[in-house]
Ligand binder design. Sequence first.
Ligand SMILES: Nc1ncnc2c1ncn2[C@@H]1O[C@H](COP(=O)(O)OP(=O)(O)OP(=O)(O)O)[C@@H](O)[C@H]1O
Ligand SMILES: C[C@H](N)[C@H](N)CCCCCC(=O)O
Ligand SMILES: [Mg+2]
Length: 226
Amino acid sequence: MARFVITGTGTDIGKTVFAAGLTGLLGASYWKPVQTGVVLNPSDGRAALVQGTDGADAKGYVPPPGGDSAFVRAMTGAPVIPEAAILPDPLSPHRAAELAGVAIPELTPPDADPLVIEGAGGALVPVTRDLLSADLFARWGIPVIVVAATGLGTISHTLSALESLRARGAPVHGVAFVGEDDPDNIATIAAIGCVRVLGRLPRLDPLTPETLAAAMRRHFDPADFA
Ligand SMILES: Nc1ncnc2c1ncn2[C@@H]1O[C@H](COP(=O)(O)OP(=O)(O)OP(=O)(O)O)[C@@H](O)[C@H]1O
Ligand SMILES: C[C@H](N)[C@H](N)CCCCCC(=O)O
Ligand SMILES: [Mg+2]
């Protein structure tokens, strides 16, 4: 089985880019259960940016026009399993669902294997007011990969995410770092967090299917995801 949940130390950390890279590396399918900040285009039903806004969230991050799934499809050509919910407001799923007047449906992972599942934001993001992402991951029992930055601030953010996941019974597979190398931060997190370092994805410029695939092959070992 090669099925993984991708969470992060927060939103906008690089989960989707890493998830696309891992999807390609493993020849996996990709699933984003709940996508916020995009809407289904009334004419063709395809996901698009929020009508009338640029879809930017409060951090100014604008998701790809079709959301994370569109990015992964464009970067890998991998099978992308439709979202269970696409919500217009670029907010936490629980709030975006309330504002849309809908209930988040039961989120049951598809049977695909290999499979890469991307959560929304960080590990404790509420799917509903009664269910945090880490609780859902524990219920699924699928190994969780934490995507983390490498620079100042990442030690507490990453150890907090690990502690939150473990306290709620979510199985932690390891940490995937994104950013410039910082050997002492990475070693400190590995030691204190008692967690496997899966690798480090540099920030790529340009970010293309080719540069991403090459960086994944260079910085990650498929054997760590077997
Ligand atoms: N390794 C990378 N190289 C270049 N750009 C990157 C890399 N990782 C992330 N980015 C850029 O940083 C921004 C946020 O990345 P990404 O969409 O992966 O974040 P996220 O954690 O998935 O966000 P969300 O919580 O909204 O799903 C995007 O503009 C993305 O292109
Ligand atoms: C809209 C944003 N880009 C993500 N898709 C959702 C982030 C939810 C973050 C919730 C929080 O931790 O405050
Ligand atoms: Mg994402």
